[in-house]
Ligand binder design. Sequence first.
Ligand code: KG4
Ligand code: ZN
Length: 366
Amino acid sequence: MTKGKSSGFDRAPQCAYLRPMILLGIETSCDETAAALVADDRRVLAEAVLSQLAEHQPYGGVVPEIAARSHLDHLDTLIRRVMAEAHLGFSDLAGIAATGGPGLIGGVMVGVMTGKAIAAVAERPFLAVNHLEGHALTARLTHDVRFPFLLLLVSGGHCQLLLVSGVGRYRRLGTTIDDTAGEAFDKAAKLLGLGYPGGPALERAAAGGDDARIPLPRPMLGRPGADFSFSGLKTALRHRLAEMKGEAPPQAIADLAAAFQQAVIDCLADRTANALEMAKDAAPVTALVVAGGVAANAGLRRRLEQVASAGGLPLVAPPARYCTDNAAMIAWAGVERLRLGLTDRMDFAPRPRWPLDPTAKPGARA
Ligand code: KG4
Ligand code: ZN
């Protein structure tokens, strides 16, 4: 299944004699195979995303070997498709950007090898993009966001608060010490029998529930700093379910879903407010940016609007297809890096872990 096949942002027209710089982006670090062509004037010329959801669904999570094989099977076709759609040849490219990590290493290897091969044939620069940098810079593709800004990155693979001061200039203010927010939603949904992926299913179930009827804890709330923890919340949910002896009626499931969702939102909002205070000490941030699959949650967006406006800032949330894993964000990070001459050598080795802020102490996630 392909989604979000092509789009373009309306921007000021280019001068005829100033040809835009166009990059091919490749994303293969998890369970989406994606290719995109992005110009330095912020137009997305063509994009294709192939979700592997159906292949992993029977296992209730992403199986690395299945993911790598599927990237290998489909990436060439997706690249051919975006090149044809934009009527471009490889020689029209200014560079090739591929996710170099962090991620499932088999998939990252497929993307990096493909990117290097095209770069070698077309004699163009190769750029190994940190997947987290892709998420971090997306708001500058979709909105006029200036550095520095605070990023809340919340997905299945990542749960971080980052002060983004420039390309390659990231300070991690908080990370999770156990599960990511996306994992928390997925595991809670599984416990409640709501299916996979859990976030959207849990949000739907929560709509019919009362979030105040069954109390759940808010780990880390009110503590200094901006780190997250969700495993205690998941355990509390398991206990509440156990107390019902496996006979939770549909209304209790909805109430538990609502209580769980509200607890996660409260934790994310509390940690983000702290991070805004921490960021202020370092630099006057221009915006609060949210990205990652969990950013699709309507209740979370509403709450983050309040957090941002309390700090006198706008909340910037890229459209959902650019919040989740995609190749336009990799191509765009490539544009930003190429402008600064930050290209990579052909012996770049794919990285399973690659923290954006190498000075931060290791967390549960890269
Ligand atoms: O960014 P993403 O598509 O993939 C990565 O993990 O990198 O994020 C997927 C995560 C899943 O854990 C999913 O349950 C969660 O985002 N998610 C949501 C919602 N939609 C997706 N969580 C809460 N509410 C949602 N509406
Ligand atoms: Zn991601």
